[in-house]
Design a protein around this ligand. Structure first.
Ligand SMILES: [Zn+2]
Length: 88
């Protein structure tokens, strides 16, 4: 997208599924994703570098629900969260 904002969409899941139980955390996680091209800045938490505390809190709640984070985070942000091991 030309303004750097990430596209989002709504989906429907069963409320009593693992993802349904973590839905508010998924919403919070997605709201605190950096815009494209600015991987170190949360668009909502200007006082903190990314990953900001509200992102980390949401990620912890999603992880505790047994849901993988990789599938919820755009690939371009993966290196910031999961740096490749140094193979030198
Ligand atoms: Zn934030």
């Amino acid at each position: 997208m030309s303004d750097g904002k990430r596209g989002t969409l709504a989906t429907i899941v069963a409320q009593d599924s693992a993802l349904g139980q973590a839905a508010s955390a998924v919403d919070q996680l997605s709201a605190h994703l950096p815009v494209a091209g600015r991987p170190a800045a949360c668009p909502l938490c200007r006082a903190y570098p990314w990953p900001c505390p509200r992102f980390v809190d949401a990620a912890a709640r999603i992880h505790a629900a047994g849901i993988g984070l990789h599938e919820l985070i755009p690939v371009d942000l993966h290196p910031a969260l999961w740096p490749e091991p140094d193979h030198r």
